[in-house]
Design a protein around this ligand. Structure first.
Ligand SMILES: Nc1nc2c(ncn2[C@@H]2O[C@H](COP(=O)(O)OP(=O)(O)OP(=O)(O)O)[C@@H](O)[C@H]2O)c(=O)[nH]1
Ligand SMILES: [Mg+2]
Length: 266
């Protein structure tokens, strides 16, 4: 989640090692897009919870007025541990807040992207205030475009201020230069300098907390270039995380039945 243009889609690209949507789609405003492991065809869920298959080439035609969720699939390692939802910007004037409020009801944790040069605006704090109680312990604050802060002094100052203003609201704060990280996969020093290493560790901690652990404790750190290699291995359903419903503040939309899937257990 985060403001318009805060780096949400770039982050998804970094996490799954590819741009999940056809190029012409990423340029438009989309409803929330959920990514799950596998190669199943895409589908959409309308405002009434009805689902229907969609062609990837038609995604750019879907508006948030009629579609509340787009579901697509990719064979990326991280999707064996969790689903990812790419959300529209929180203060996009063309999108009502119910659009992202619906989707955040599905979330077990949030990676909040905030522009480092103007981090943690009032608009962000106001939205997160609605969800921090339920999701704060399993959520991370990413200070994106950290490369735009050029002096060490500026970096330290921004980090100090944001730490102070968000105390207790997130499990961790991670400064990151997302575009540097995307370019630096084969260069360990640049990769670490981009903040991707630190973020990988923090994300792993959160996933552990949620019970979505990898089998192997010595498995490579998330975001390591090896993690993104898709294709090999058995399609595995991402393990759903158990939620303590008593802590749920925001309403959870009913999970719509996927086309062709067996009816959910009563
Ligand atoms: N220099 C720099 N550029 C970045 C960084 N993260 C994202 N960008 C650039 O910022 C622009 C917006 O990034 P997106 O990932 O599309 O942002 P978004 O949050 O998905 O935007 P919307 O979906 O439109 O709300 C792109 O041109 C990115 O390449 C970063 O850490 N450093
Ligand atoms: Mg985006």
């Amino acid at each position: 989640m985060g403001e318009f243009s805060a780096g949400k889609s770039t982050l998804i690209h970094l996490l799954i090692g590819q741009s999940p949507l056809p190029v012409k789609v990423t340029a438009t405003q989309l409803p929330p897009v959920r990514l799950s492991y596998g190669s199943a065809p895409a589908w959409r869920e309308d405002r009434f919870g009805r689902t229907e298959p969609v062609e990837m080439d038609d995604l750019h035609r879907l508006s948030s007025a009629e579609t509340r969720l787009i579901q697509i699939h990719a064979e990326a390692e991280i999707l064996k541990l969790c689903d990812l939802i790419d959300m529209p910007g929180i203060s996009d004037p063309n999108m009502g807040s119910e659009v992202w409020e619906n989707a955040i009801g599905l979330a077990d944790g949030v990676i909040w992207c905030s522009h480092a040069t103007q981090a943690w605006r009032q608009s962000e704090a106001a939205v997160w205030d609605m969800f921090a109680d339920r999701l704060g312990e399993t959520s991370l604050l990413l200070l994106t475009r950290f490369d735009k802060l050029v002096t060490e002094r500026d970096r330290a100052r921004v980090l100090r201020r944001v730490r102070r203003e968000t105390e207790g609201l997130f499990a961790d704060i991670c400064p990151i230069a997302l575009t540097d990280a995307l370019d630096a996969r084969d260069n360990p020093a640049r990769w670490a300098a981009s903040g991707a290493d630190g973020f990988g560790h923090a994300l792993r901690q959160v996933l552990r907390l949620l019970g979505a652990t990898a089998n192997d404790r010595d498995a490579p750190v998330l975001l390591d270039p090896d993690w993104r290699v898709g294709g090999a291995g058995m399609p595995v359903r991402p393990r759903r995380v158990q939620i303590d419903e008593s802590r749920t503040r925001s309403p959870r939309p009913l999970r719509a039945q996927r086309p062709g899937a067996a009816p959910p257990p009563a």
